[in-house]
Design a protein around this ligand. Structure first.
Ligand code: MRU
Length: 357
């Protein structure tokens, strides 16, 4: 994607250094963060300096490759095994993180160079999957379409192109008139901050709404289509995605609005039969009680309290939408119905033809 006239990916590796767009600072400042060690990359994942399933998958793969480069000759395998556990403990829900670590770890058993190549291949595949999701999904967007989206599943959430926003970019570039309703996505406001920033870079008409305005706009006939991303998809088509997705799906069903999930097939976890098996991350309650942003009068970044000081808060970061509420899943291989048979067919085909799953 182009930022200030230059092509960027969300995350990349040069030598032993991992570079990433600092998503903490957006949309106020555009800066590249550099992690020199695997521990620094793990921290960047944990504090969500890089976030979004595809992007943290790539980050985790790069962290594993860094660990292989850092490992001593004697005790190499023990070191990388410990590093693997540390990386896997950084965030629990997104499937891509675990798939990437596994793949790079295995390559790293041969040599650090193999690990780096495997990590690069994972990032490249995620970027090209994003492009194909856009090509496959753009047919769902008609001229004049009003699309609602949640969280950030644009190119910042993958390595490039994005998942839910990729069809939007493609449709807009092909000349279709469209409008995007951006759910702000409390508590961390990925919608208001990141999706809004991305869409504005591309001059796509869009409007931020409070999360609790989403159903109202549907009830008024002002939404034609919902597209969201996914962090993990179970074998039966249940989808874990950013908290708030489930209420959107329920509202969309009530008002008969098509509800699509866009995700690369690497998000599908065939070892989990249904959504009850997906681990849901519980994050720091402070994210609910404090809001980060730019102070209106001074223009400096700050955290402000938005709740009763000392109050208890709960912060589940994801929810699970049952497959019955989902119209279809847009993947790099095509659009499928969210059911076991379609998913198994897709994954068998995928496993036989691709090097990353
Ligand atoms: O907690 P985050 O910001 O890492 O959340 C992940 C997401 O961005 C969303 O759930 C997204 O819709 C799927 S991943 C592109």
């Amino acid at each position: 994607m182009r930022v200030q006239g230059k092509d960027y990916r969300t995350i990349w590796m040069i030598g032993s250094k991992v570079c990433m767009i600092n998503q903490h600072l957006l949309p106020y400042r555009f800066e590249i963060h550099e992690s020199l060690t695997f521990t620094e990359t793990v921290r960047a994942i944990r504090v969500m300096l890089v976030r979004g399933a595809g992007a943290i998958g790539a980050a985790a793969g790069f962290a594993m490759a860094q660990a292989c480069l850092e490992a001593p000759f004697t005790g190499y395998e023990a070191f990388i095994t410990g590093a693997r556990k540390t990386i896997e403990a950084s965030r629990p829900t997104a499937r891509d993180l675990f798939a990437a670590v596994e793949k790079v770890f295995r390559a790293g058993l041969s040599s650090p160079g193999e690990a780096v190549s495997a990590a690069q291949a994972i990032a490249d595949k995620n970027a090209s999957d994003g492009r194909l999701i856009g090509e496959n999904g753009q047919q769902l967007i008609h001229h004049g379409c009003r699309i609602q989206t949640h969280c950030n599943a644009g190119w910042l959430g993958l390595v490039d192109y994005g998942s839910a926003l990729s069809p939007v970019y493609m449709a807009h570039r092909s000349g279709k008139r469209l409008h995007v309703w951006i759910n702000e996505t409390r508590p961390r406001n990925q919608g208001a901050r990141l999706t809004a920033w991305e869409l504005q870079q591309e001059n796509i008409p869009c409007t931020v709404i409070a999360d609790n305005a989403a159903a109202y706009l549907m009830s008024r006939g002002e939404t034609d289509l919902v597209i969201v991303g996914a962090d993990r998809i179970a074998l039966n088509g249940d989808v874990a995605n950013k908290i708030g997705t489930l209420s959107l799906a329920i509202a969309a069903r009530e008002f008969r609005i098509p509800f699509y999930v866009a995700a690369p097939t690497s998000t599908i976890d065939t070892t989990i039969t249904d959504g009850r098996g997906i681990v849901i991350e519980e994050r720091d309650p402070g994210e609910v009680l404090f809001l980060q942003g730019l102070l209106k009068h001074t223009g400096t970044m700050a955290e402000v309290s938005v709740g009763m000081p000392g109050m208890n808060a709960r912060n589940p970061a994801f929810d699970v939408t049952p497959s019955g509420l989902i119209t279809g899943i847009i993947t790099e291989k095509g659009i499928i119905t969210p059911d076991r048979e379609a998913i198994l067919t897709l994954c068998q085909w995928h496993n036989g033809n691709s090097e990353f799953h």
